[in-house]
Design a protein around this ligand. Sequence first.
Ligand code: FES
Length: 106
Amino acid sequence: MSDVTIKIKDREGVVHEVQGPTDMNMNLMEVCKAYELPVEGTCGGMAMCASCQCYVLSDHELPEMSDDEDLMLAEAFYVEDNSRLGCQIPITPALDGLEIELAPES
Ligand code: FES
């Protein structure tokens, strides 16, 4: 009932439509992992590894970047204007219909 639908394009170009719970304190990186998408989340969601980098394809309003996320993305590879760290994006009702693409592995 409180799930949002998110479309995630993997690195092979396959789009996965997944459900993210808004009431379990999860973030986008954790949802990817829950669906066994190839997102490592090496730092456990601390904005310190960029393995959860994704490109935001839809024009959803997302929470503003923290300084930590901004600094991490400044050092990461394959960063584009629409890059975000999945672990810094909590699953909220506002995310319903969000479309993202996984960034290449660095
Ligand atoms: S999991 Fe490490 S930056 Fe997101």
